[in-house]
Ligand binder design. Sequence first.
Ligand SMILES: [Zn+2]
Length: 159
Amino acid sequence: MSSQTNFVIPESSKFFWPLLEYKRISSYFGKRSSPTAYASSYHKGIDIPAPPGTNIYAAMSGIVVTAKFSGSGGCTITIQNGNIYTSYCHVSPNFIVSPGVYVEKGQLISQVGPKNVYGFPENKYRDNNGNPTNGATTGPHLHFAVRSGNDYLNPLDFF
Ligand SMILES: [Zn+2]
């Protein structure tokens, strides 16, 4: 079941901060100098550093549409609510939600992933030692992105 249009944005349009105790942003939305090979110079989300294993909670309710390794985002979860998509990148490869599942705002959906992940043959990202990394990343953090259709929005506008 993957209804795409029958969801109503929740009463409160404000998002839930996805990492309870970690609020520092190491990289903001928008133009930046690229921190690592392949990482975009236009940053399509915000980066929140946190140790691997830190719980990640859904910023908004919706249907999980992605829970897999996904290119530069590494292990990625995407939640859809109408035309709004929230993505959580560089998360743990031990996915605890699956595509098609409905999650509530504030529900535990994942943990911050390790810098290195193994077992994804399509992963082209490597660190200086040649070990595969969790997408385009230099260390454990949550990359949180919001888009409307194909347009990326500043996540901080939603909190
Ligand atoms: Zn990022």
